[in-house]
Design a binder for this molecule. Structure first.
Ligand code: EPU
Length: 422
């Protein structure tokens, strides 16, 4: 198990490339199940979550090759039972359920277990697939979905108590591509990753309109074919480096970004007193730390709102920003594990009822800290960049789930850190 030693105090400067999106790649890899032909997917980030997905597809019988960010998948023969040992490692494995059900008319996927960022039910996924005609049973910790006569189009409202569901929308959209007739998803998630999946499916021959809005229509087709696709840039990785640049930078440029997807994050950084400039094509941005940063209030909400996946990193930035900031996470109200670790580094944060009140302190000081989930670990890395002394971040495997070569990218920007065996 690796840990990261971050020697704080070295400013970040220079330019790096942002990787392809992890959260777009995962459902797109799973969507390859929908055809027996070859799919070539470019810019899949080399992170452990995409590796798990590749392993799940291989275990299902797919022929998968991976080289330099490109994954080739051929699902000529595919079985319908996703292996528990692999599925339990990653909640996003649930997105094989829709494609398996559509292609095989049967899917066996284990119920995802608990998750550190909060209770993460799958009721909306099941509600959507049931509406398409699947029968749902539970046995031995597995969900068994069957539709022996195939799926049929339906009108489905996917809104839950915490808003729309991203992977739930993906699952229903994928299943509906091969259903008989028209499916309408109301209260659909409008995240850019859903649009990327819809573009991938449409290139395979699906008939999807409305992705990126809260109403998606899918006209079922008889079959889908192979395709080549390039995954969108990772807006959360970009946002994380933007926050790092605002916290510890002296001019950092990020290439291969998408300005449109970064509006809420940009607005938050500008509100906190920093400068973000995009080039005319919107695929490169430069961040300068403001001369007079100030606290700000944020509420996470579904896209195009401020993303929950950028809540922890912003908390780290605001921990040393003068003034009082209030951050409310409406999507995952329990996602504040990083605050306890930041407090060990000297941060002044009170968490109550899904809301963190942050009183900016002048400086954090190094301490051994424990990463609890992917974005929480990113927040700790950010905090460590300007902390006094050497911060040891344990359980680094959390960060390796979703950030491609984060230590190498930070080294390229001039950070002083090293990955060591714990
Ligand atoms: N929810 C339900 N029932 C369901 C599904 C979700 O009540 O059946 C609730 C959740 O508990 C949550 C809200 O709905 O309160 C939204 O959850 P959603 O289903 O949208 O989350 P997800 O699709 O499982 C994806 C990302 C997460 C990101 C969320 C929210 C992937 C692989 N994961 O998860 O990313 O936080 O959307 O934007 O796309 C991360 O990358 O660190 C990460 C956790």
């Amino acid at each position: 198990m690796d840990k990261l030693l971050v020697h704080g105090g070295t400013p970040l400067q220079g330019a790096i490339n942002i990787s392809g999106s992890k959260n777009a790649s995962l459902p797109i890899l799973a969507a390859a199940i929908l055809t027996g032909e070859d799919c070539l997917i470019n810019r899949v980030p080399d992170v452990s979550d995409t590796n798990y997905m590749v392993q799940i597809l291989s275990a299902l019988g797919a022929d998968v090759e991976r080289y330099s960010g490109t994954v080739r998948i051929s699902c000529a023969e595919i079985s319908e039972e996703a292996p528990y040992d692999l599925v339990r490692r990653m909640r996003a494995s649930i997105c094989v359920m829709g494609p398996l059900l559509a292609r095989k008319r049967r899917a066996v996927v284990s119920l995802p277990g608990g998750c550190i960022i909060g209770d993460r039910p799958v009721d909306l996924h099941l509600r959507g697939l049931e509406a398409l005609g699947a029968k749902v049973e539970f046995e031995g910790g597995n969900m068994i979905l069957t539709a022996p006569d195939g799926l049929r189009g339906a009108e489905i409202d996917l809104r839950g108590t915490h808003g729309p569901t991203v992977l739930g929308t993906d699952n229903v959209m994928m299943a509906a591509t091969l259903a008989d007739g028209l499916t309408v998803i109301e209260s659909a998630a409008a995240e850019p990753e859903v649009i990327d999946l819809a573009n991938f499916l449409n290139a395979m021959g699906a008939k999807i309109t409305g992705a990126g809005t809260t109403r998606i229509e899918i006209e079922g087709v008889k079959e889908l074919h192979g395709v080549r696709h390039t995954v969108i840039p990772d807006r959360i990785e970009a946002g994380t480096f933007m926050a790092a640049a605002a916290l510890a930078g002296e001019g950092v440029t990020l290439r291969r970004v998408c300005q449109e997807h970064l509006k809420a994050i940009t607005a938050a950084l500008v509100k906190a007193g920093h400068q973000v400039q995009f080039n005319p094509t919107g695929d490169t941005c430069t961040i300068h730390r403001g001369a007079d940063p100030k606290g700000c209030d944020l509420i996470t909400s579904p896209y195009p709102g401020y993303p929950t996946d950028m809540q922890a990193q912003m908390t780290a930035l605001l921990a040393t920003t003068p003034g009082i900031s209030v951050i409310k996470d409406t999507i995952f109200p329990q996602r504040f594990m990083h605050c306890a670790e930041l407090k060990r580094m000297g941060a002044d944060i009170t968490v109550d009822n899904g809301t963190a009140v942050i009183r900016g302190v002048e400086k954090l000081s190094a301490a051994p800290v424990m990463a609890s989930d992917l974005r929480a670990s990113a927040a700790l890395v950010l905090a460590a960049l300007t902390a006094k002394g050497t911060t040891a971040i344990n359980r680094l495997y959390h960060i390796d789930r979703g950030y491609e070569h984060i230590d190498e990218k930070l080294l390229m920007l001039g950070a002083n850190l090293e990955r060591v065996k714990a």
